[in-house]
Ligand binder design. Sequence first.
Ligand code: MF3
Ligand code: CO
Length: 284
Amino acid sequence: MKRIKKNWIVPKGRRLTEMDKRVLAIQDEGHLVPSRDLIRTRKQIEGIRESGKINTGVLDYVAERIKEGMSTADIDKLVYNYTTDHDAIPAPLGYEGFPKSVCTSINEEVCHGIPSNDIILEEGDIINVDVSTIYKGYYSDASRMFIIGKTTPEKERLVRVAKECLDLGAEAAKPYGFVGDIAAAVTKHAHDNGFTVVRDFCGHGVGLEFHEDPEVDHYGEAGTGMLLVPGMTFTIEPMINMGDWRVFIDAANDWTAVTEDELPSAQWEHTYLMTDDGLEILTY
Ligand code: MF3
Ligand code: CO
């Protein structure tokens, strides 16, 4: 027997809205749909938007200062200081034991790099700075790549294609489409360019908590995964590898993911709101 997970539950005695009818019909076809509480209220959206503005401020602040010779611990200080000066909290700090305020992942590091005084930025490095902010209880999450000085044409292309993967993934996300539509667009663009998509980490619902439903895979097929409904807020954050898609976790800290073949990886991330006409970026 095929079990169908019923997520969309309308309280007894409540009149069905147009959205309820539409989602219930899709759920009855056997698709995975969000629970109703993943549809944000206007007040929640405003809160997440405000959080996103601070998160963008942090990334802009880092962008103006990041340079060769700096340690990743220096980046951590910039993030901590800017965030707390704006009455916000860096979401990574203490999250499941993460020791710092930001993730800094260089070259073959895929994600969850831990800032350190011993890691010094060098000419030619590519680095992902992944910033997540809590403001008045609302969460936002975004990351960018930075190129330190001049790098190789191939690393430059990886950084550019990874950004295109994010933008094409976001464009593919339509109201009443599926999470897998994002994955299909990301996967196609990565493969068309001779790169691969990391499968072990995904985007995620964000807003009232750091990580919630839906699971936003970047590798996969259109029409699969959870239904996308206006009012949902989530990240897209594809990690694109120059070589093989496989990764391992560095045993030295139990956090940092590194490419199996130690070839470079690049990642960009935004927090998005699904609207009636497609995605809106909340971390611009
Ligand atoms: N910012 C990462 C994300 O995009 C999560 C980092 S988890 C942490 O989901 F603990 F390292 F902060
Ligand atoms: Co994220």
